[in-house]
Design a protein. Structure first.
Length: 149
């Protein structure tokens, strides 16, 4: 990414593809103070839900492990073993996903504090507020996300 200031003080960006567009440098705030406050609240609510989800899934995991220990079944030879293994695997995947989401939320909260939240990682242009509201952990604008598919 290359930044160019024109004769009128406008900032332009040349992305990896060589395309040039007007943008804002990372490090500059792209959201108004009221938009930042709204996104901070949205991120905090999402974080609270995610922490609660992790706690519930952890309780479910602990209950499953305890129930499995009490029964003492051999998963490999028990007709119910496949179900227990599936439940364990499913719970672990849900826990991993929730923990990764929590990490993403914490990372974007830091970006919000630094004033870089809402700047596309790929092209450096602002990410649309509507996209951030729909997907608060978005790191790319819609155009870059579509190109990445």
């Amino acid at each position: 990414m290359t930044w160019v200031d024109d004769a009128h003080g406008q900032e332009w960006i040349r992305d990896r593809t060589g395309e040039t567009a007007m943008g804002e440098r990372p490090g500059k705030t792209v959201l108004s103070s009221s938009q930042r406050a709204a996104m901070r609240d949205l991120l905090a609510e999402d974080r609270e839900r995610t922490v609660a989800q992790i706690a519930a899934l952890t309780r479910d995991w602990d209950d499953l492990v305890e129930a499995s220990a009490l029964v003492g079944n051999d998963d490999e030879h028990d007709p119910e073993g496949a179900t227990i293994a599936f439940e364990r695997s499913h719970l672990q995947a849900l826990l991993d996903r929730a923990r990764a989401h929590l990490d993403d939320l914490d990372e974007v909260a830091g970006r919000l504090r630094r004033g870089t939240y809402g700047v596309c990682d790929d092209c450096g242009r602002p990410i649309a507020l509507e996209r951030l509201k729909a997907r608060p952990i978005a790191r790319t604008c819609i155009e870059c996300a579509a190109r990445g598919r």
